[in-house]
Design a protein around this ligand. Structure first.
Ligand code: CA
Ligand code: CA
Ligand code: CA
Ligand code: CA
Length: 343
């Protein structure tokens, strides 16, 4: 609230009051992203059905995130396609910097499943909901200018697991303001439900142990511990997790790290040597890992200064293939790489 008086001549005007949303900026394509879409939530449990929420659509939500450096003012912003929502009707018109907010299909159902206390601004209006087959989403600012206009899909190359057991579509690296139109800007959430309103902790090594070992194996660290190697291949359990492999399957072709050196038509080495790592996107976030380089196999150092990340390709099962260009002249050198991991 700002109280203002206008000085004219030598008399102050009557005190006028107006509500200003101080230190906030208008929503725009530069500061507001759609960070999650749960268009096909998990089916209702028996408990949820008994409470009156039979339809999985009741649990749909859209999450938005302020990726800008200022608070965002949502006055006049609307969802015009996909779902209907006028943010003037929302519980708050401000999204603080870094904050996430939610629009939900059915607030009572949503709270029944996820609990209260999440930053829900309101419910989809006009009985709208999110199509399971994909549809166009249009978010407009208060002047009708497009903030987001894209069509999500339930078919490849879009993450197909969002159209099954209840995983959400998650915008990758939201802070980098990815192009929402591109399938590769999106991934399936690591957990069913997608952790609405939160960054999400994803799958940790402990979660991975639980899903790969029996109760008795979990008590035996020589089987399930981070440095154990029960299948006697080349990867410890921690490396199996990081590389998206099976800790109980001996597979010599399990690819973790490989180097490709391009040759030209005359079989001459080109300057472009490419280092590739297949890595699990959840483990990548929850483990400490780095690429080490050595010229003699004895002294190892961080490879960061010698390699440059060039691209990341999405593979199955939340694995990615990361490519790095090896910098500098490599023809006369022997270079060794390895990956160091820790919890
Ligand atoms: Ca739906
Ligand atoms: Ca719709
Ligand atoms: Ca192993
Ligand atoms: Ca293995």
């Amino acid at each position: 609230m700002i109280k203002a008086r206008v000085f004219s001549g030598n008399e102050w005007s009557a005190l006028t009051e107006a509500t200003f949303l101080t230190d906030s900026v208008a929503a725009s394509k530069d500061n507001l992203v759609i960070s999650k879409i749960n268009y096909r939530p998990a089916a209702a449990s028996d408990e949820e059905i008994n409470a009156g929420y039979q339809n999985r659509n009741d649990f749909e939500y859209i999450e938005l995130m302020n990726i800008g450096e200022n608070n965002i003012n949502l006055s006049g912003v609307i969802f015009d396609k996909g779902v209907d929502f006028k943010f003037n009707n929302g519980a708050s018109k401000i999204i603080k910097t870094g904050q996430r907010v939610l629009l939900v299909e059915n607030l009572e159902a949503f709270i029944f499943r996820y609990g209260s206390g999440l930053p829900v601004l309101g419910e989809f209006e006009s009985n709208s909901n999110l199509s399971n087959g994909g549809e166009r989403i249009l978010l407009l600012d208060n002047e009708g200018t497009t903030i987001r206009d894209f069509e999500y899909d339930d078919d490849s190359p879009w993450p197909e697991s969002a159209d099954g057991d209840g995983y959400a579509l998650v915008l990758k690296n939201p802070q980098s303001n990815p192009d929402h139109k591109l399938a590769e800007s999106w991934e399936s959430s690591p957990l069913i439900g997608g952790e609405p309103g939160q960054e999400g902790k994803g799958v940790t090594f402990a979660d991975w142990q639980l899903s790969n070992f029996s109760t008795s194996e979990l008590t035996n660290s020589s089987i399930s511990g981070p440095s154990a190697n029960p299948d006697k291949d080349t990867l410890t359990n921690m490396e199996e997790f990081l590389s998206g492999n099976d800790p109980k399957l001996f597979n010599t072709s399990d690819k973790f790290l490989s180097i490709m050196i391009e040759k030209n038509d005359n079989d001459e080495l080109l300057q472009n040597a490419v280092l590739q790592i297949k890595i699990n996107s959840d483990a990548m976030k929850s483990l400490n890992w780095k690429i080490l380089i050595s010229e003699d196999g004895r002294n190892w150092s961080d490879a960061q200064t010698r390699i440059e990340h060039t691209n990341t390709v999405q593979l199955e099962n939340r694995n990615v293939l990361m490519s790095y260009r090896i910098k500098g002249n490599i023809t006369n050198e022997r270079l060794l790489f390895k990956i160091e991991t820790s919890l």
